[in-house]
Design a protein around this ligand. Structure first.
Ligand SMILES: NC(=O)c1ccc[n+]([C@@H]2O[C@H](COP(=O)([O-])OP(=O)(O)OC[C@H]3O[C@@H](n4cnc5c(N)ncnc54)[C@H](OP(=O)(O)O)[C@@H]3O)[C@@H](O)[C@H]2O)c1
Length: 292
């Protein structure tokens, strides 16, 4: 596989790197996730404060889903973006069991109510379920025509699913494929990543620090020491080195949000990348897409 391009993202007016969606619109490369938010009333204030700080720092791409906290994560997003909705690019997702045409429309209406919003910027099918893709696509198109969503996309789609989707009428309008990608989960480098790149569909990388399981790694620690950074920052900088990939770490801790933002300023060297490749080898051959 050819070496992946090193950092050269387009910069937005706020000097944050951005990723181009197929429509030409640019969104921040580094965003914020919300899985795990909304599960404890005690944490709510911290979660809202963390998202607000992230927005202040330019992390205005916010990923949520009807599934997270059974909808409460969307309510937390609503609270965090209050008065600043237009600065933010909100992504939400429909569960597969709701993804018939009518089910998708109804799920989106529920999400909009929880988000206290009149539109979702990017609406994804969370993963493939039983309903036919045509059904979901038709629901997305109806929502788009009504102005309830601006773009639609998918999540956890492997190459075969993407091929099926793109063969459908209107299927190539897919704005992203959100998939698991981090140092320990590099499978997409053996196929899906270049498949999507070839069609101008950007990847949105979820669980970029493997839900915290990468934090104590010895090699990451060594690289982090050289950069006077944390292991989380190195894991993020590693994913962010690819200018056409959005990355959405979740954090409900103010200090972590600041750290994550600062990961945008880290440039990994060839030596860093070689050490990381040895510790976390890229895939030699295609393998099925992993999910969490
Ligand atoms: N489409 C899908 O199927 C799918 C699946 C999984 C995730 N996602 C999306 O992707 C987002 C991110 O993935 P994720 O939440 O699974 O995992 P993640 O972002 O890799 O890791 C989140 C964990 O890392 C901790 N953390 C964050 N920044 C840190 C830092 N600088 N230092 C130390 N710890 C740090 C967080 O704790 P603190 O909160 O204390 O900072 C949290 O425990 C999700 O929230 C969700 O929006 C989508």
């Amino acid at each position: 596989m050819p070496p992946l391009p090193i950092w050269s993202s387009a910069m937005s007016e706020f000097s944050h790197p951005t990723v181009r969606l197929p429509s030409g619109e640019r969104v921040p490369q580094l965003g914020q996730g919300t899985w795990g938010m909304g599960e404890s009333v005690r944490m709510r204030k911290d979660e809202v404060a963390a998202l607000r700080l992230g927005i202040d720092l330019g992390l205005t791409l916010i990923d949520t889903a009807e599934m997270y906290g059974d909808g409460v994560a969307e309510e937390i997003v609503a609270e965090a973006v209050e008065g600043r909705r237009d600065e933010c690019f909100i992504v939400s997702k429909v569960l597969p069991e709701n993804s018939t045409r009518a089910g998708t429309i109804a799920a989106c209406e529920r999400s909009l109510r929880r988000l206290k919003a009149d539109r979702i910027d990017l609406y994804l099918l969370h993963w493939r379920g039983r309903p036919r893709l045509e059904e979901t696509l038709s629901g997305f198109e109806a929502l788009s025509d009504a102005g309830a969503i601006r773009y639609w996309g998918v999540s956890n789609f492997d190459i075969k699913d993407m091929e099926e989707l793109c063969a459908l009428e209107g299927g190539t309008a897919c704005a992203t494929n959100q998939v698991l990608y981090n140092l320990r989960r590099r499978g997409i480098e053996a196929g899906l990543l270049s498949w999507c790149r070839g069609r101008g569909i950007p990847i949105m990388a979820y669980s970029p620090i493997e839900q915290g399981r990468l934090l104590r790694d010895r090699v990451l620690t060594a690289v982090a020491i050289r950069h006077r950074a944390t292991t989380a920052q190195i894991a993020l900088a590693w994913a962010l080195r690819q200018p056409d990939m959005m990355v959405i770490p979740k954090s409900a801790t103010l200090e972590h949000v600041r750290e994550n933002r600062a990961a945008l300023d880290i440039r990994l060297t060839d030596q860093d990348l070689a050490e990381l490749d040895r510790a976390f080898p890229p895939p030699k051959r295609p393998r099925p897409l992993e999910l969490l």
